[in-house]
Structure formats: structure tokens, C-alpha cells
Design a protein around this ligand. Structure first.
Ligand SMILES: Nc1ncnc2c1ncn2[C@@H]1O[C@H](COP(=O)(O)OP(=O)(O)O)[C@@H](O)[C@H]1O
Ligand SMILES: [Mg+2]
Length: 274
């Protein structure tokens, strides 16, 4: 679905490389977490995937379309959409349904089909009851879910979330994560950019970017349990990994886990076995 083939990107002619020789492919229906410290190149990658930036070197293919080919621009908007960090910057209309309708209207979708798409997209993200609400009256998590619906309504097979939860409170974060899980369940390809390793734990695969270079790719189990790797690239291991390690340091034979639920199960079975 997505093919990043030896991609480098530099913002100015004199600037350093924001991304350097990145190779990555994402298959249809995959949920890929892209992690990395601030400045590691995550947003640059999102903009390259979306075709808003074109590689300085290498190429990006979205569903076989080369983003550097300006003639594919209109089609590209039907293949991939991005949900950005700040929900406020993504709201453009005075009602939720008008806001979600904006994307498909721009694509030239017939009016009767737009209404269906808007209703469907709002139901997917659990915002069906807010159709006529002014988006400015919503919480951050709700506004961000409207932004997700706006991308979904364009019927794209691939969605990229660029730190879409990082400005939200815990409730908003959980709401947006649930919306992303629903998008995944629909079989859409998801690129989930985050520096929260607990969020990365739900992915099929995790990528670690450091200084614009792809430092590691692997299963959440392999990547998240590697505290040295995460620390090296400015990331915090998920709480379950850190706690399990401290328990092991304290002499408790806790297995390597990367999810909270696994840690709870492991500790529970150790305590009840006594
Ligand atoms: N518009 C820009 N102009 C110049 N440099 C930029 C611009 N945007 C990002 N950069 C630089 O590119 C690098 C990667 O940034 P970015 O992709 O935003 O990282 P992240 O999203 O992981 O924080 C950083 O060194 C950053 O300073
Ligand atoms: Mg960023």
C-alpha cells in the first residue's frame, strides 16, 4: 500500500537531512506505529506519505502512485489522508456535518452520496449524535474524532495520524485511539505516529526513527522490550516494560512483557501460585 524507497528529504538547499535513506513498506490493512523523539523526522515522513512534500531523493509510492508525479495529485487525495496534531487547525465549518462533508465535496462526490458518507464516517468515530453541533463547542477528543471522520469521508484506504493524541487529555486520547482502532477494524491501512510507547504497543509493527534515520523496525514485543534501543533514540519504554524490569531487578522472575494486561497477568499468576 505504501512504499518508501530510499527516501531522503532536506527542507532547504543548505539544511541538514530531515530524513536519510529511509526504506519502508506498509502493507494494506497494516497498523504501523512510527515512533521517534522530537525532530526525528516523523512529521516529515507523514508529509511525504501524503504527497505534501516530495522526496529530495528516492521515491514514495502510495497504492502504486508516485507522489512526485504531479498528475497523480488529484487521485492521491483519494488514497491517503492525514490527521494532524492540533484538532483546532483542522476545523473549517460551523457544523460537524458540514466540516466532514468538506473533503468529499472537494473531491466532487455527488451530493446524495456525500450525506451517506458523512453519516457513516461520523458513526464510525462515535460522533453520530453531534451532526449539527458547532465543532468549537466540542472537547478536544471529539474535535479530533471529527477530523478523523473528515478523512474517512473521503473514502481513503490509508490514514496517517501525526501525533493525533498528543494535545489531548486522557479521555480524549482514549476516544481517538478507539476511533483509530475502529478504522483499523474496517481494514484501512493506518500509520500511527507517536512518541507514546504504550500507544505503539497496539500496532502490528513499530518503526523507530532517530535523527532522520530508520533505526529499527519490528514487532511491538521486540521493539518495546528493548529499553536500551528506546533510550538510545530518546524514547521512554512503556510503563509495563519499565515496571517488569524493576520487578526483575528486585528478584521477581517476571517474563519480558510489553503490555499492561500481560504484566498484570504475569504478576497475578506468580502471586496466586504461591
Ligand atoms: N519547515 C521546516 N523547515 C526547516 N526544517 C524543518 C522544517 N520542519 C522540520 N524541520 C526539521 O526537520 C527535522 C525533522 O523534523 P520533523 O519531521 O518535524 O520531526 P518530528 O515530527 O519527529 O518532531 C528537524 O530537524 C526539524 O527541525
Ligand atoms: Mg512531528
Amino acid at each position: 500500500m505504501l512504499e518508501v524507497d530510499g527516501v531522503s528529504y532536506r527542507y532547504g538547499p543548505e539544511g541538514p537531512l530531515a530524513l536519510e535513506d529511509v526504506h519502508l513498506s506498509v502493507s494494506a490493512g497494516e497498523f504501523l506505529a512510527v515512533t521517534g523523539a522530537n525532530g526525528s523526522g516523523k512529521s516529515t515522513l507523514a508529509l511525504l506519505l501524503d504527497g505534501l512534500l516530495v522526496p529530495t531523493q528516492g521515491r514514495v509510492l502510495v497504492d502504486g502512485l508516485n507522489t512526485a508525479d504531479s498528475s497523480v495529485r488529484p487521485v492521491l487525495r483519494r488514497r491517503i489522508g492525514v490527521v494532524f496534531q492540533n484538532p483546532d487547525n483542522q476545523i473549517i465549518a460551523p457544523s460537524v456535518e458540514d466540516d466532514v462533508a468538506f473533503g468529499p465535496e472537494n473531491l466532487g462526490v455527488p451530493a446524495d452520496r456525500i450525506a451517506d458518507r458523512v453519516r457513516w464516517a461520523l458513526d464510525v468515530v462515535g460522533m453520530g449524535l453531534y451532526r449539527t453541533t458547532d465543532p468549537h463547542a466540542l472537547s478536544g477528543g471529539q474535535r479530533q474524532r471529527v477530523a478523523v471522520a473528515g478523512v474517512l469521508a473521503m473514502d481513503v484506504p490509508c490514514l496517517c495520524f501525526d501525533e493525533a493524541t498528543s494535545l489531548l487529555d486522557p479521555v480524549g486520547r482514549a476516544e481517538v485511539l478507539a476511533a483509530a482502532a475502529e478504522v483499523r477494524r474496517l481494514g484501512r491501512t493506518v500509520v500511527w505516529i507517536t512518541h507514546d510507547m504504550e500507544e505503539a504497543a497496539i500496532a502490528d509493527r513499530v518503526v523507530v526513527l532517530g535523527g532522520g534515520v530508520l533505526r529499527a523496525v519490528g514487532s511491538p514485543r521486540r521493539i518495546l522490550a528493548n529499553e536500551a534501543l528506546l533510550q538510545r533514540w530518546g524514547l521512554e519504554p512503556p510503563p509495563a516494560v519499565a515496571i517488569a524490569r524493576r520487578l526483575r531487578d528486585g528478584g521477581m522472575p517476571v517474563p519480558a512483557v510489553h503490555r499492561r494486561s500481560e504484566l498484570v497477568r504475569a504478576v497475578h499468576s506468580m502471586l496466586t501460585r504461591r
